[in-house]
Write a protein that binds this ligand. Structure first.
Ligand code: NAI
Ligand code: MG
Length: 365
């Protein structure tokens, strides 16, 4: 039986997770047979279990085929020490499972094309993926320090490090992903000024030659890529880049699509050689939105679409993932809007109504 661990977290996390559970139950009624477990993470876990993720919850995560993660954090936890911060729960999961491949789709539903920062014709029907390397690069490289220079000056040092194997595995993930789509990968780096950029491109080319020549591979300098992303985003299919550039480029891509409440993501690890399963965590891009928590108005689409990604990437349920996506598109086309995606003057619905409508459209599929 396919198994999922639900970690709802804090703030609106439990609200959007509850909506998603209804969607999972729908698929179970149709015979999917998902076994669900749940656990605490984030501030809620600190309050109840004394750590942002407990060993018991990590063990459940080990046993599950995939993890659905809501969101963590909130102003009441801002004073906690580094290890006790709610985000430490998420970082621990990422590290524990070596979730090196972060998939962030940027999809612009035609019904929402006018809420993009760009013109309708530039973004309508947009469907691209930013694949960000998540466990290496300048966020983790050593040395990472601030030194006193003794003359009233300080020196801050971050180090960008990439090894061949790290570039190779994210490259393979990009080519595999492109094969399920439009077969086109654009690799972005800054080889003109960075050694990691030189190696990045070299390894991408070698990996490409190693059985992926059916996929088109292009290269672009990351700054030019940023420009192209807002100028003509539909030229891309899968963009693959390092941790830092991926952070920037995926936030730019997010702006192309409208609201934060719409954006799902997946973080994939290596394939476990004993079980043959790829470690995976699925989460919305947004945070715990303390400003709207408890009001029943959170947009559940990012979390529901994150489950849609799990259907596709962890369980190979491609038809089900498509049906779910179509139900979301149809619901938006019918004009339903939560407050975050409503135009001024539009009447907004709450989390429950939005979920009801998506389920209604799924019933008819
Ligand atoms: P946020 O994403 O929680 O909220 C930003 C804005 O977008 C808010 O106005 C919020 O109401 C709105 N928003 C976000 N998701 C929405 C949804 N589904 N429906 C409707 N509106 C939505 O980011 P913010 O405010 O910077 O951070 C709040 C807390 O979340 C902080 O404690 C932060 O550390 C944490 N956080 C956690 C993340 C995670 O769990 N992966 C990611 C980002 C932030
Ligand atoms: Mg970011």
């Amino acid at each position: 039986m396919p198994s999922l661990l639900l970690l709802a977290g804090d703030g609106i996390g439990p609200e959007v997770m509850a909506a998603t559970e209804r969607v999972i139950h729908f698929f179970n009624k149709r015979g999917a047979g998902f076994e669900l477990q749940s656990g605490l993470v984030g501030g809620t876990a600190v309050d109840n279990e004394g750590a942002p993720i407990s060993e018991a919850t990590l063990a459940k995560a080990m046993a599950a085929d995939a993890i659905l993660f809501g969101a963590v954090g909130g102003p009441q936890y801002d004073g906690l020490s580094y290890d006790m911060r709610p985000e430490a729960g998420l970082l621990r999961l990422r590290k524990h499972f070596d979730l090196f491949a972060n998939i962030r789709p940027a999809i612009c539903y035609p019904a929402l094309a006018d809420s993009s920062s760009l013109k309708r014709e530039v973004v309508e029907g947009l469907d691209i993926i930013i694949l960000r390397e998540l466990t290496g690069g300048v966020y983790f490289g050593e040395p990472k320090t601030i030194e006193e220079l003794g003359n009233g000056q300080k020196r801050a040092i971050d180090t960008q490090v990439y090894d061949t194997y790290e570039i190779d595995r994210i490259g393979r993930a990009a080519f595999d992903l492109a094969r399920t789509r439009r077969n086109h990968v654009t690799s972005m780096e800054k080889r003109n000024v960075m050694k990691t950029g030189v190696l990045w491109r070299e390894v991408m080319e070698e990996t490409h030659k190693d059985g992926y020549e059916d996929v088109t591979l292009d290269h672009m300098l990351a700054d030019a890529g940023a420009m192209q992303l807002v100028r003509n985003p539909k030229q891309f299919d899968v963009i693959v880049c390092d941790n830092l550039f991926g952070d920037m480029l995926s936030d730019i891509a997010a702006q192309l699509t409208g609201s934060l409440g719409m954006l799902p993501s997946a973080s994939l690890g290596a394939v476990d050689s004993t079980t043959g399963r790829r470690r995976a965590l699925y989460e919305p891009v947004h945070g715990s939105a303390p400003d709207i928590a408890g009001k029943g108005i959170a947009n559940p689409i990012a979390m529901i679409a994150s489950f849609g990604m799990a259907l596709q990437y962890s369980f190979g349920m491609v038809a089900e993932a498509k049906a779910l996506d179509a139900a979301i598109a149809e619901t938006l086309a019918e004009g339903l809007r939560t407050a975050d995606i409503a135009a001024p003057g539009d009447e907004a619905v709450g989390t429950t109504e939005m979920t009801d409508a998506i389920l209604g459209n799924l019933e008819m599929s």
